[in-house]
Design a protein around this ligand. Structure first.
Ligand code: GUN
Length: 303
């Protein structure tokens, strides 16, 4: 069997176009332009790149973004004051604090300060608490897990009653993904570094969400034939030549790298029913869902 490839780039583009149309319609109706504030602490290369993609997406979709870069050594008090200012600013609909924060900062205290109506990342304890409770709905769902569920639904995968396995228990992906799957009536198992016999657990999974951060960890023969595999991993590995030696970049002289997921794609695509590629799977969905959440924040605040 060869899996159906779930094209995250195309699906994310569709979502972004829908948001763009809705933004244009609300502006035509005399409503405000949705606005996202991005808080970037320090200059981590990956965080700088992610925040810049988020600002670019806002511009493309007709939304405003206010960029708030602050130094890596900012005090807890100053960062909390910035969040309070953004909470109080009526022009700002969504607040995104790019994670991870430098280790001297208390992430939990920062996230719990964000007004839940502006919590477009869905990381505030109130939104996450609602996600974890039966019969309660969060105002916002964290963007990457939201994107994973969106991809499953777009591909026509039945979540209700499915055995779903989430690899990884991070606050950003694994835990909220598991909670969302429970809300969708899946039977959910969370696999982590202390799980015994991971291949045996996966063998029973109709849906796998891999977010454990280990390059190509999930092998083809761990996967149940026909399963849906959503790969959240983004890992850099060296490119090797025929003899297994690293290929050097002509420009820099350093070993060339390529991006792979947490799943061995070449093996898995022969067994799975559906699979997301890396890159071009979940990655583009994170920003698309952030745009959905930012528009939603503006709509909530219209009322
Ligand atoms: N760092 C990695 N992923 C995310 C995300 O979705 N939101 C924020 N704020 N930081 C991240």
């Amino acid at each position: 069997m060869t899996a159906q490839i779930i094209d995250g780039t195309a699906i994310a583009l569709k979502v972004r176009n829908e948001v763009k149309e809705k933004v244009a319609a609300r502006i035509a109706a005399g409503k405000s332009q949705p606005a996202l504030a991005t808080v970037l602490v320090g200059e981590r290369v990956d965080s700088v790149a992610y925040v810049s993609m988020k600002q670019k997406a806002c511009a493309e979709l007709g939304m405003t973004s206010y960029h708030k870069p602050v130094p890596a050594d900012i005090s807890q008090e100053d960062l909390e004051n910035l969040i309070k200012e953004l909470n109080a600013d009526p022009k700002v609909n969504g607040i995104l604090v790019q994670l991870p924060l430098p280790s001297h900062l208390d992430e939990e205290r920062v996230l719990q300060l964000i007004n839940i109506e502006k919590d477009v990342d869905g990381f505030s304890p109130i939104n996450l608490g609602r996600l974890a409770q039966k019969g309660r709905e969060p105002l916002f769902v964290p963007c990457t897990p939201y994107g994973c569920i969106y991809l499953l639904k777009e591909a026509g995968v039945t979540i209700k009653g499915a055995n779903a396995v989430v690899l990884g228990r991070s606050n950003i992906v694994g835990m909220p993904a598991a909670l969302l799957l429970v809300k969708e009536d899946a039977t959910v198992t969370i696999v982590h570094s202390r799980t015994k016999d991971i291949p045996a657990v996966l063998k029973n999974a109709d849906i796998i969400i891999a977010a454990i951060g280990r390059a190509q960890m999930v092998r083809g023969d761990w996967i149940k034939p026909g399963a849906a595999v959503i790969d959240v991993g983004i890992n850099g590995i060296p490119v090797l030549d025929d003899k297994g030696n690293p290929v050097l970049s002509e420009k820099t002289g350093k070993p060339k790298q390529k991006l792979v997921g947490d799943v061995n794609y070449d093996e898995a695509k022969e067994v799975a029913g559906f699979i997301t590629p890396v890159p071009g799977g979940v990655g583009p969905m994170t920003i698309a869902m952030l745009m959905v959440n930012t528009l939603r924040a503006a709509e909530i605040q219209d009322q």
